[in-house]
Ligand binder design. Structure first.
Ligand SMILES: NC(=O)c1ccc[n+]([C@@H]2O[C@H](COP(=O)([O-])OP(=O)(O)OC[C@H]3O[C@@H](n4cnc5c(N)ncnc54)[C@H](OP(=O)(O)O)[C@@H]3O)[C@@H](O)[C@H]2O)c1
Length: 423
């Protein structure tokens, strides 16, 4: 244990140190005394995951030390965070500001900086995949919230991470749950490959706010209704994705790459209470599940503190004094065509998942801007997938190109008046 760095001491984030009796060595009286201090960069620090990550870091000054911050444009909050944690390495991905790096190059510079041990990738959409790859290539630990990175470029990111021995620590609650369930199951112990005895990975989904909405009313859903998620508070893009169930589709592709399992071994189960965060079914029919109150600070903290379950004072707990009902049901792909489209794109492979992700991001923007209706989202995505010319093994440049082309097409289609034909 290196002890608390001077900056944390100045800020008053000190945990008491006591002598071990040996000269020159101090011991921290926490339950995990031998872990090194992790120096952390948070990309997307001003968002929902980013701000919760900062809370987790502040709760464990003996384990985590914040050294770099990045956002898209929210300079005011970024500077406030920089002051609070005394951080000078800053980046704004989508604008320029004095004393801050800028653009994708700036994000990559933070992600590979020599003072950084672990990079939390909590940006939305396509902004995450290039810094994630850069961090892996620089041998950093990566805690990945940005699911789009693996959807767009899983064939490059997951393969390079495995080759370089970098464990991609999932932040998504479902993948964190599966990661926790495969601990102690042989090969799953030290990295993310699912052990051989796994029959299925079951990703749970809340079903979103429109689980029981009559089909005929889906076209009239407004952004305000779609932004009201029943169990999670999240950024706008992921909340709309949760309402269309595209989020679950993206998570299926993410799980395929993270745990190195074929799509036949992945399943989605609707579980409205969001208490069971996901499950692993083994060959003998035995199931392991990870449960808890839906609060993203739990999987964030596990990703940072892995392999420890650290204490965290005010986290809510399941109240076993009250009766609990846990329901499970199969998803309705007629109601939620985005889920079907994501499965199809994942199975087709190549650059199809990159098309899916880019088309969805643009379609969600158009929906939030009021240019297309709720059911226009899957129609735009389907049209983009149908227009794509297959590429079997896309490299870095091919993914960039597909992303740019798809966005341009979807923006154009969203602007054109009239119905959205498929193909
Ligand atoms: N929220 C959740 O509970 C949750 C759960 C599981 C997974 N995730 C995943 O985590 C990611 C983040 O979700 P969120 O809900 O935290 O989103 P959010 O609240 O919208 O925050 C997004 C963050 O990314 C930053 N950002 C966007 N584009 C950027 C760019 N080009 N360069 C630098 N920073 C950029 C934003 O900065 P500005 O503030 O300046 O715009 C903001 O800090 C998504 O991929 C989502 O799917 C989220």
């Amino acid at each position: 244990m290196a002890g608390n760095p001077p900056i944390l001491r100045r800020l008053g984030y000190l945990t008491p140190l006591r002598h071990t009796g040996r000269i020159g060595r101090m011991e921290n009286p926490t339950r995990f005394p031998d872990r090194p201090l992790l120096r952390i960069a948070v990309l997307g620090s001003t968002g929902s995951i980013g701000t919760q990550t900062l809370d987790v870091i502040a709760a464990h000054p003996d384990r985590f030390h914040l050294v770099a911050l990045a956002a898209a444009r929210n300079e005011t909050l970024l500077r406030e965070q920089a002051r609070r944690f005394n951080v000078s390495l800053l980046c704004l991905g989508e604008t320029e500001a004095r004393g801050a790096l800028t653009g994708t190059d700036g994000l990559c510079e933070l992600a590979t900086h020599p003072d950084v041990d672990l990079v939390v990738v909590a940006t939305t959409g396509a902004a995450g995949w290039e810094p994630t790859l850069a961090a892996i290539r620089a041998g950093k630990h990566v805690a990945l919230a940005n699911k789009e990175a693996l959807v767009m470029a899983g064939s490059i990111i997951a393969v390079e991470a495995r080759e370089r021995g970098v464990v991609l620590r999932p932040v998504d609650s479902e993948h964190s749950a599966i990661w926790q369930c495969i601990q102690g199951e042989g090969v799953g112990d030290s990295h993310l490959t699912a052990p051989r005895g796994v029959r299925r990975l079951l990703l749970t989904a809340s079903g979103g706010p429109f689980r029981n909405t009559p089909l005929a009313e889906m076209a009239a859903v407004t952004p305000r209704q779609a932004l009201a998620h029943p169990t999670w508070t999240m950024g706008a893009k992921v909340t709309i994705d949760s309402a269309t169930l595209m989020n679950k589709g993206l998570e299926v592709i993410e799980a395929h790459w993270l745990f190195d399992v074929p799509y036949e071994k992945l399943e989605v189960v609707v579980h409205p209470q969001s208490i069971v965060h996901s499950m692993v079914e083994f060959e003998d029919g035995s199931l392991k599940a990870q449960l808890g109150v839906p609060d993203m600070r739990v999987p964030i903290q596990y990703a940072l503190g892995y392999p420890d379950h650290l204490p965290y004072g005010d986290l809510p707990r399941l109240d076993w004094e009250r009766a609990q009902t846990l329901e499970f049901q199969p998803p309705d792909v007629d109601r939620f065509p985005c889920l079907r489209l994501a499965w199809e794109a994942g199975r087709l492979g190549g650059a199809y998942p990159a098309v899916l992700s880019a088309a969805d991001e643009e379609a969600v923007c158009a929906f939030l801007a009021g240019t297309v209706g709720f059911t226009g989202i899957p129609r735009l995505v389907e049209r983009a997938l149908a227009a794509h010319q297959p590429i079997s093994q896309p490299d870095f440049e091919a993914i960039r190109l597909v992303d740019a082309e798809t966005r341009a097409h979807v923006r154009e289609w969203a602007r054109s008046p009239g119905p959205l034909p498929v193909g």
